[in-house]
Each structure stands twice: as C-alpha cells, then as structure tokens.
Ligand binder design. Sequence first.
Ligand SMILES: [Zn+2]
Length: 126
Amino acid sequence: MCRIYTQVHKPVHADPDLSSLSVRQLRARRRRLSAALADPGASLKGSLVSQMRRCGKEGCRCAQGELHGPYVYLSISRDSDRRLLYVPAELAEVVRHHVALTEQIDATLAAISAINLELLARRQLD
Ligand SMILES: [Zn+2]
C-alpha cells in the first residue's frame, strides 16, 4: 500500500542523487542509457487528444448536441502556437506509438544530459 502511494507521488524520472555516484558509475549509467535510447528516427512530438465535433450541416443530429466522433488529433505546440492535426482512426495506434517513443527519447536524453552536467562539474566530461 505504502509502496504504491510512494510510486504515484514520485516524479516520473527521479534520478538518484548523481553527486553520490562515482565517475565510473556515472559513465556506466550513461552507457546504459545511450544503449537503451529508442530510434531517434521515430520522433514525433505532440500529444494525442480526442474530440467530439459539430459538422455544421443544417438539420444534422449534431445541431441538437449529439456530436460526431470522437476523432483523434495530434496536438502540436510550437512557441505559443498550438495546432491540431487530424489523425485518421487507422493511424491512431501508430501515431500513439511514435509519440510514446518520443517521450521516452526526450526523457533519456535529459537523463544523459544531467549525467554530463555532473561530469562537467567534476571536469570529467569526455
Ligand atoms: Zn453533424
């Protein structure tokens, strides 16, 4: 019970304190992370959202509030701009997979960067 509670409230990518690791341990960790990095070619940044829509045709059931959908969209943020790209149903799973891989890649790169920052602080970056 306590365990689950702790896991839920822990940050997703909680690093153990890097400063407590030796240079050798940091490099080993960096190697493991690099080896586990998903194919960067799979990158597709965004998040999937599903929405109900009104078609606007007169007399359609959606005019009475019975909306169409749900339809899947890829939400893409760029600077302060946010756009929705329609994702056909048959592509939704593939897109979902790419988006999940991208989050993994980002998290792994951030973890590697944190290690390199620690190594740099110790003048051991190479
Ligand atoms: Zn309609």
